[in-house]
Write a protein that binds this ligand. Structure first.
Ligand SMILES: Cc1ncc(COP(=O)(O)O)c(C=O)c1O
Length: 457
């Protein structure tokens, strides 16, 4: 078999973790086995069982610091990076990003509560959503959390609340800027088919409507153009478009002070991916906003961005244990692991690709074979890798899948009544639990058998 350099042999980018496949502290111990944060993955599984979500603290903090540093370097105005908590929401993550000076974006009462419990300051939280409930809106207003108005329904309810309280409410509005991003290409469209936000073509009407609302003060604009984006051009265009919208709003008497450009910077899941660095991304947006402001003699707004994936994805790995094998001669060999679509729904949902290796032989230093890595769920499509080349392996060996920090745990389910994995944070050769493993008994907690059925049985 041809010799290939493993992705584990590549130089690590400390400044922009999204450009690496593996967490910054990944290493191979003297015994040839994989470790992260100074912790042997084999030992972690002995202690916490599998599947196991692992987050590397240094990678997380370096990602946060890269955003802060770049904003300080390129944007002379005020700025605030905001963590998109949908990527991985937990009390731990909220606490970590707050300690790095980040704000947080939430899209439900659950994410709001998690952020508050984790110590994110109320004034640094923004609340999104295309169908917020009355209860969620009331909760956000009570907590002094800024609401991003997505549609007329939001606007009506906020008007009622602000009138009944007889005090002003500051709001931001979300709009669709007509930039449509696919992963490796983008198009500019007149209007954008999205369930989120106001169409750019309706904004003047909206500005007029808001100027007649006694207690609603429009202070900010928000747009988010997509996720796992590898091009810089769409965000360059976005900065300019948003400044033009500020100018339009001015005509209706609105003084927009805050500009939130959303998230979207991609990460390297496989050798084929080459995302821009965090520095390049922030530079592009900052320069585009600065230039458009200069051209239009506008004061620099407070610049906010909402990265999710590029903060947490590369910091996370999932370790699975290999169970059964099934060889179909001439077709494929299935290798099944003890997790799958319930802890990582991205492959079955988006056909997403990842990189992985054996914990005991990360460099694949022996005869290799191609496997189809299947999950344990009762679903033929529950396949984590259609084709993964691995060294000789057997039942009981561990596989480490990289880049699973974002949209894995937060999108997990209990399909087939499979309990969610535990999660640990690793740092300085120590591992600490940040999410306890569910048990099958936990899953019965909310089931109710009505009395009359109990009598029948
Ligand atoms: C409004 C909003 N902001 C931020 C993000 C984070 O995007 P990403 O994880 O790609 O950085 C998302 C993700 O979908 C989003 O919908």
């Amino acid at each position: 078999m041809e010799e290939k350099t493993s992705f584990l042999n590549k130089t690590i980018n400390l400044e922009s973790p999204n450009k690496n496949i593996v967490p910054i502290t990944t290493s191979i111990n003297n015994d040839g086995k994989l470790s992260i944060g100074g912790c042997s993955l084999e030992d972690l599984v002995k202690r916490y069982e599998s599947p196991l979500y692992i987050l590397d603290e240094i990678t997380l903090r370096n990602s946060c610091r890269a955003y802060k540093k770049a904003l300080e370097k390129y944007y002379p105005g005020e700025s605030l990076p905001i963590y998109a908590s949908k990527a991985n929401s937990s009390i731990f993550m909220s606490n970590l990003i707050a300690s790095e000076g980040f704000g947080l974006d939430a899209v439900s009462e659950g994410e709001l509560l998690t952020a508050l419990k984790g110590g994110v300051k109320n004034e640094k939280i923004v609340f999104h959503g295309n169908n917020k409930s009355n209860k969620e809106i009331e909760f956000a207003v009570q907590q002094n959390i800024k609401i991003i108005v997505d549609n007329d329904h939001d606007l009506d309810r906020l008007e009622k609340i602000s009138n009944s309280l007889n005090h002003d409410l500051e709001i931001m509005i979300r709009f669709t800027p007509g930039i449509e991003c696919h992963t490796h290409e983008y198009i500019r469209t007149g209007s954008f088919d999205s369930k989120f936000g106001f169409g750019i073509e309706n904004l003047n009407n909206l500005f007029e409507v808001i100027s007649n609302k006694k207690h609603l003060k429009l202070i900010g604009l928000h747009a988010h153009i997509g996720s796992q984006i590898f091009e810089l051009e769409p965000h360059k265009d976005l900065g300019e478009i948003m400044i033009n919208v500020i100018l339009e709003a001015k005509k209706f008497g609105h003084d927009i002070k805050e500009l939130n450009v959303g998230g979207g910077l991609g990460i390297k899941y496989t050798e084929d991916d080459d995302p821009p660095s965090i520095d390049e991304w922030v530079k592009t947006i900052s320069l585009s906003v600065i230039e458009a402001c200069k051209k239009n003699r506008l004061n620099l707004p407070i610049l906010m961005c909402e990265p999710g994936r590029s903060i947490v994805s590369t910091a996370g790995v999932t370790v699975y244990k290999i169970g059964s094998f099934k060889e179909i001669p001439g077709i494929r060999t299935y290798l099944s692991v003890d997790g799958g679509m319930s802890d990582n729904p991205r492959p079955i949902t988006y056909q997403s690709n990842y990189s992985a290796c054996l914990v005991s032989n990360p460099l694949n230093n022996s005869s290799r074979k191609k496997y189809t890595v299947a999950g344990k769920h009762c679903e033929s499509g529950d396949v984590l890798f259609k084709e993964l080349e691995l060294a000789n392996c057997k039942t009981g060996d561990l596989i480490c899948v990289f880049g699973t920090g974002a949209y894995n745990n937060s999108m997990s389910s209990n399909y087939n009544r499979i309990p969610r994995p535990a999660a640990v944070i690793v740092s300085n050769s120590e591992a600490e639990i940040i999410q306890r493993r569910e048990s099958p008994h936990d899953l019965l907690k909310y089931d109710v058998l009505p009395d009359r059925f109990i009598k029948q049985s």
